[in-house]
Design a protein around this ligand. Structure first.
Ligand SMILES: [Zn+2]
Ligand SMILES: [Zn+2]
Length: 350
């Protein structure tokens, strides 16, 4: 079969490799689509602490069951499935509650498809027994929508994990900082929650223009005006009820607190590069204004299910975010397009 093989920083290519053999308790998937994520691009350039080469990456996976030797995965040959990327230890309290995304082996070692386990940039993928047993395969119901669209379910599930904590409702003005694929998904998800007004900001006007398909109510080029001031203007001086930081700059975390209203909910959704100095944050404002600040890391099965339902219910909202569908052989071209900022979401079809 053809598979992408990552061998080290800036050393990856599509090569011939045997179709994986599956053992007792395992499942073999034929890959239909796998989203290309900003993290993949970072991995190709710099490697990743959890990845020991050679490795097939790709964690936004849609496939069809080719063969199953698992009595626990709940799938049969021919079923179309989403793959939940994190693989938990199934011993800790988080795993026992079905929240594998914050299991210590996931947080510390990134035990997940596309990281320490071969992922979806290949024609076939093996689902190991520990993963199959804990239910990483989510069955996709019969649907007329193209299955490539469901490659967005993984990043959307992560977005929903972040937004669940923010309790977005019809009284809320939501600010999303960062107009990349994740920021765009945040806009669409906040809309589905019925937010009163959604403001999308970025320092890159071209990115902001492309993200117009996510239909934010207000777009702000924060390279040209002071974002916190403008947000106060847009909210009659109150500030934003919800602020989502979907870009990896420490100064944005400072600004997020600056533009927050009394009892605002703030998500530091984007992680900062390792070694980045922590920004100076007005913790007294957090205290007196009862501001809630949240982190978010990955997603668990119930959020993948929610993401799938949302895509099936509103396919047009997500269709517009996929700017490129490309074959596996063109993955380097796809990476270059992404680096050049010419894409929103790229989906690879092995
Ligand atoms: Zn991703
Ligand atoms: Zn665990």
């Amino acid at each position: 079969m053809r598979a992408l093989i990552f061998r080290g920083p800036n050393d990856y290519s599509v090569e011939e490799k045997p179709v994986p053999q599956i053992g007792e308790g395992e499942v073999l998937l034929k890959i239909i689509a796998c989203g290309l994520c900003g993290t993949d691009v970072k991995v190709f350039g710099n490697g990743h602490r959890a990845i020991t080469p050679p490795r097939t990456t790709g964690h936004e996976i849609v496939g069809v069951v080719e063969d199953s030797k698992s009595g626990k995965a709940g799938v049969a040959k021919g079923d179309k499935v989403l793959v939940v990327a994190p693989i938990g230890c199934m011993k800790c309290n988080f795993c026992l509650r079905g929240e594998q995304n914050i299991c210590p082996v996931v947080v510390e070692r990134v035990h997940a498809f596309g990281y320490d386990t071969d992922g979806g940039f290949a024609e076939y993928m093996r689902v190991p027994k520990d993963a199959a047993d804990q239910g990483v395969l989510v069955k996709i119901p019969e649907t007329a929508i193209p299955l490539t669209l469901l490659a967005v379910a993984e990043p959307l599930a992560c977005v929903l994990n972040g937004q669940e904590k923010l309790r977005i409702g019809p009284d809320d003005v939501v600010v999303v900082i960062g107009a990349g694929p994740i920021g765009s998904l945040h806009v669409v998800a906040a809309r589905a929650q019925g937010a009163k007004k959604i403001i999308l900001a970025d320092i890159d006007s071209a990115k902001l223009a492309r993200a117009a398909v996510s239909h934010a109510d207000v777009s702000i080029d924060s390279s040209k005006e002071n974002l916190a001031e403008r947000v106060r203007k847009e909210t009659d001086g109150r500030g934003a009820d919800v602020v989502i930081v979907a870009a990896p700059a420490p100064s944005l975390q400072t600004e997020a607190i600056e533009m927050a209203a009394v009892r605002a909910r703030v998500s530091f959704f984007a992680g900062l590069a390792k070694g980045t100095a922590s920004p100076l944050i007005d913790t007294n404002k957090i205290h007196y204004w009862e501001i809630e600040v949240y982190g978010a890391f990955g997603a668990c099965r119930k959020q993948y299910e929610k993401a799938m339902q949302l895509i099936l219910a509103r396919p047009a909202d997500f269709q517009t975010l996929i700017t490129h569908i490309m074959p596996l052989e063109d993955i380097k071209k796809a990476v270059e397009l992404m680096k050049a900022g010419q894409t929103i979401k790229v989906v690879i079809t092995p």
